[in-house]
Structures are given as structure tokens and as C-alpha cells.
Design a protein around this ligand. Structure first.
Ligand SMILES: Cc1cc2nc3c(=O)[nH]c(=O)nc-3n(C[C@H](O)[C@H](O)[C@H](O)COP(=O)(O)OP(=O)(O)OC[C@H]3O[C@@H](n4cnc5c(N)ncnc54)[C@H](O)[C@@H]3O)c2cc1C
Length: 459
């Protein structure tokens, strides 16, 4: 006997949007959402509250809790199927576009800002032309930017709404899946309770990806390796990138570095933003964000080199962790180096950083030498990318440009899924969002939630 029609694991955008859509389509259904972190108003990241170093909390306050990994992000909704996930591999481009548009309307309904950057096709065409002259590909990607403060308000509004319609459990983890005769029957929780549900949606994000991999191995559900992206966060004076950021806000630029032919891309651009430290399973890594109101004089973005490994190596996440750990070992956390020092083959020192035209926004980063950490292959590709970007935005390859390491994007191993995002081999079990390896960003994670909600409600 089922207590619930649907159980959802994880209250990141994927899980929240699944709940919103089910509530809309089947208001009479009983839905339970299980989230191991806190409610949005109780979420706390000590690093964000002024701790100099990440205290590596048992449950990472940055990644866990209502809103998931994106809660403290500045909420950039990239409104295109080309960025932030692989949903187009499961359905037609038109279907993904419709889902993105639909998810975007939910964000608006719950209080998102109206303005969308980068929609002017003429401006985009001209910038695309200039990028091409520098051998860079500019991806058309309109962005709705919420800003960190607004993003929290939107999530709080969604939580208030769902409080009225479904059961939400906070501070409780899903421990194992109950599978009988190749069909999911429910979930065992870490507080000893059992949830019996006809359908289960797993949306644990990258934070819960290891748990997901273990559960799926136990239930013989197939997984395939994803790539790992390794790189640095670049910080430079905001005017250097203004030709792009004033028109597009965020620009996605792709380059095939000549020496190794690897793809290098810009990621998560933050005009007038700040660089931040985050913690991944006890390893300090770097990220960036920007606020709607508070502005710095700098712009930051990641440069990521994608590596997809071939047989026999099967542990891309361990590879990324290893590189990030090496930076932690040398710098006691995040390393920062001026581009000029890197090219001159010397470490950056506190004095060299002080005698720059850029003040680092991440004060806890240790001046050091990234060439001791980043493999030759990725380092060469990053240097080549900076030189290409310098042709588009002169000043990018300045000796003062700051490089923070390591930025790593670990993408969970991809679950073998049907076009409905149902696991192959276990019926009524759906896996969505970043934890399933099918998305990498807020809007596609949200869209994946809507997609499975529609499927379930139509059965
Ligand atoms: C600092 C930062 C900034 C970002 N900025 C942006 C941005 O501006 N734009 C963008 O598009 N993307 C951004 N992202 C990425 C974006 O946040 C993710 O793509 C998105 O949150 C993925 O959604 P999700 O629902 O799949 O997983 P998550 O958001 O990771 O949510 C998963 C939730 O599941 C919970 N959970 C895990 N395991 C269990 C379990 N066993 N039991 C119960 N609960 C569990 C976790 O606590 C978590 O709350 C950013 C990410 C970070 C870390």
C-alpha cells in the first residue's frame, strides 16, 4: 500500500520544479519531498558569513538545503538548450525550448526579474563576427539574471507555496531505494522511516551523486562516464570585458586550443562580481558570483578545459579532485597567480599581487604557482585561450590578470535513461538534474523536473 503517489529526493531546482508541476497537474495527489539540508531561511554557509577558510561542514551549507546548489548563486538562467545540460539528447530541440520557456515562466511567477540580457540578435551577430576573427565561437545564450538576493526570495516563495500543497521533510536523507521485481516501491530514510510511493524521482544534485552511483550499482542500473572540466577562474578589471558584458551580460565563448585541440570554454561570467571559495567533499575549489545590488570593480569567469577519458580510466571525478587537492596542498586552499608571473615561470607573492592594478576579491587565496598544479595539457590550453580572448577583449592577457585555481566541474556519471528520464531497468524510477548527469545548470535542471512530472501525471 502506497502512502504517497510521488516521492522526490532533493529540493534543488530539479526536485522543486517536479513538485510544482505535479501540484499543478494533479492537485489531489500526495507528494513528499525529502531534503537532507535545511529550509531556505535556515541555510547557512559559514564561508559566506566571513570565515576565512571553508570549515568543511558535515552537510555543506552552500550545496545542501532548499534550493540546492543554486540557492546562493546569483541565479543566472541561461535560456537556451545549448548551455547547461544535455536535455537535447533525450528529446527534440523544440521540446527542450518549450520546457525552458515554461520553467522560465515559473521563475517569473515566483518573483524573478523581468529583464533578459543578450536577446538582441543584431548585437549578437556583430559580436559573433568579432569573436570569429579571434577564432572563438560565441554561443547565443540569453540570460535572465536574478542576483543572489532575488534568487533567495524566489526560492522562498516556491517553498511557501509548496508548504501548502505537499509534505516537505528537511534534515532527513534518503538512504536506500526499495526496489522489488524491477519496480521502485519507495525509499528508506536515515531516520529509520520508510516512504512507500508509486513513483520516485531522484534529484540529489552533484552533492548526492556519489550516493546515487552507489544505489544504482546496487540495483544494477547502468551508468556512463561524463567528462570532467578542469581550469581556473580569471579575474580582471571590469572594463576589459565590458564590450561583451554590457551587451550580453554573460558570454559563452568556445575555443579549440591549437596545441592539444582540447575544447576550452568560458563559464559563469560575473560582471562586477566576486570570486568565491566553495567546498566539494572537503576540497576547496573556486567559483564566482555577482549580486544584483553590490558591485565590485572586477569581472570574473571560469576557463574550463574538458577532458573525456577513454579505456581503461573510469574515474574522471577522482582525476579532478586530485588536481584540486594538489592546489589545496600547496596553498592551504585556493591559489592565485598573476598571468604575467605564470608566463615568467615564477610564483606570485603577496607583494607582487599588491603591486597590481587588480585587487583580488577572494582575500583568502594564497599567492602561488599554478604551473606546479595544473597539468601541462590544460595549462597550455588555458594560456592559448587567454591569448585568443585578448584579441576580442584587449587586456585579457595582461600580466596583471589574476588566475585562481582550481575550478573543477565534476559532472556526475550519466545514468542510462529513457527519453522520459526513467531509469532503464527499474520502472517508475526517474532521475533528473545534475545528479543524474543530464543537466549542469538551473534552467535545464528545472526543465528536467517539469518533464518527468508531466510523464508521471500522464500515466
Ligand atoms: C556556487 C554555485 C553557483 C551556481 N550558479 C549558477 C548559475 O548562476 N546559473 C546556473 O544555471 N547554474 C548555476 N549553478 C549550478 C546549479 O546550481 C545546478 O546546476 C543546479 O542547482 C542543479 O540542480 P539539481 O536540482 O539537479 O541539484 P542541486 O541543486 O544540487 O540540489 C540537490 C539537492 O538534493 C539534496 N540531496 C542530495 N542527496 C540527498 C539525499 N540522499 N537525501 C535527501 N536530499 C539529498 C541536496 O542537499 C541538494 O539540496 C551554480 C552552482 C554553484 C555551486
Amino acid at each position: 500500500m502506497y502512502n504517497y503517489n510521488v516521492a522526490i529526493i532533493g529540493a534543488g531546482p530539479a526536485g522543486i520544479f517536479a513538485a510544482l508541476e505535479i501540484t499543478k497537474l494533479k492537485p489531489e495527489w500526495k507528494v513528499i519531498l525529502i531534503e537532507k539540508g535545511d529550509r531556505i531561511e535556515n541555510r547557512k554557509c559559514l564561508l559566506r558569513e566571513g570565515y576565512a577558510k571553508c570549515p568543511t561542514c558535515k552537510k555543506c551549507g552552500l550545496l545542501c538545503g532548499w534550493g540546492g546548489a543554486g540557492a546562493f548563486s546569483d541565479g543566472k538562467l541561461t535560456l537556451t538548450p545549448d548551455v547547461g545540460g544535455h536535455l537535447s539528447e533525450y528529446m527534440s530541440r523544440g521540446e527542450v525550448e518549450e520546457l525552458i520557456d515554461y520553467a522560465d515562466k515559473y521563475y517569473l511567477k515566483f518573483g524573478a526579474t523581468e529583464e533578459v540580457f543578450g536577446t538582441d540578435r543584431k548585437v549578437y551577430d556583430e559580436l559573433e563576427r568579432q569573436a570569429a576573427l579571434a577564432e572563438l565561437r560565441l554561443v547565443y545564450s540569453p540570460v535572465r539574471h536574478l542576483g543572489t538576493e532575488r534568487s533567495l526570495d524566489v526560492l522562498k516563495n516556491m517553498q511557501d507555496f509548496l508548504d501548502e500543497h505537499i509534505t516537505i521533510l528537511n534534515g532527513v536523507s534518503a538512504e536506500s531505494l526499495i526496489v522489488e521485481c524491477e519496480q521502485v516501491k519507495g525509499i528508506k530514510l536515515n531516520n529509520g522511516d520508510t516512504i512507500c510511493a508509486q513513483y520516485t524521482i531522484i534529484a540529489p544534485g552533484r552533492e548526492g551523486a556519489d550516493w546515487l552511483t552507489q544505489e544504482f550499482a546496487k540495483n544494477k542500473i547502468g551508468m556512463v562516464n561524463n567528462a570532467v572540466d578542469v581550469g581556473v577562474r580569471v579575474e580582471l578589471p571590469a572594463p576589459v570585458f565590458e564590450p561583451l558584458t554590457s551587451k550580453l551580460y554573460e558570454s559563452k565563448l568556445i575555443y579549440h586550443a591549437p596545441t592539444f585541440g582540447d575544447e576550452v570554454r568560458t563559464f559563469c561570467m560575473n560582471p562586477n562580481g566576486e570570486v568565491v571559495q566553495e567546498n566539494y567533499n572537503g576540497i576547496a575549489t573556486v567559483n564566482g558570483h555577482s549580486y544584483a545590488e553590490m558591485k565590485t570593480k572586477n569581472t570574473n569567469f571560469a576557463l574550463l578545459v574538458s577532458e573525456r577519458f577513454t579505456e581503461p580510466f573510469k574515474e574522471p571525478i577522482r582525476y579532478g579532485q586530485h588536481i584540486a587537492s594538489l592546489a589545496n596542498m600547496l596553498g592551504g586552499g585556493i591559489l592565485v597567480q598573476r598571468f604575467g608571473d605564470l608566463l615568467d615561470g615564477r610564483r606570485s607573492t603577496p607583494d607582487r599581487i599588491k603591486s597590481s592594478i587588480i585587487t583580488p576579491t577572494l582575500s583568502c587565496a594564497t599567492p602561488g604557482d599554478l604551473s606546479l598544479v595544473i597539468p601541462y595539457r590544460q595549462m597550455t590550453s588555458i594560456i592559448e585561450m587567454l591569448q585568443a580572448l585578448d584579441k576580442l577583449c584587449p587586456g585579457t592577457a595582461s600580466r596583471y590578470t589574476l588566475l585562481y585555481g582550481i575550478e573543477v566541474k565534476f559532472y556526475s556519471a550519466r545514468v542510462k535513461l529513457t527519453d522520459k528520464l526513467e531509469t532503464e531497468g527499474v520502472k517508475n524510477l526517474f532521475t533528473i538534474g545534475d545528479g543524474a548527469g543530464v543537466t549542469r545548470g538551473l534552467i535545464q535542471a528545472s526543465a528536467s523536473g517539469i518533464h518527468v512530472a508531466r510523464t508521471i501525471c500522464s500515466r
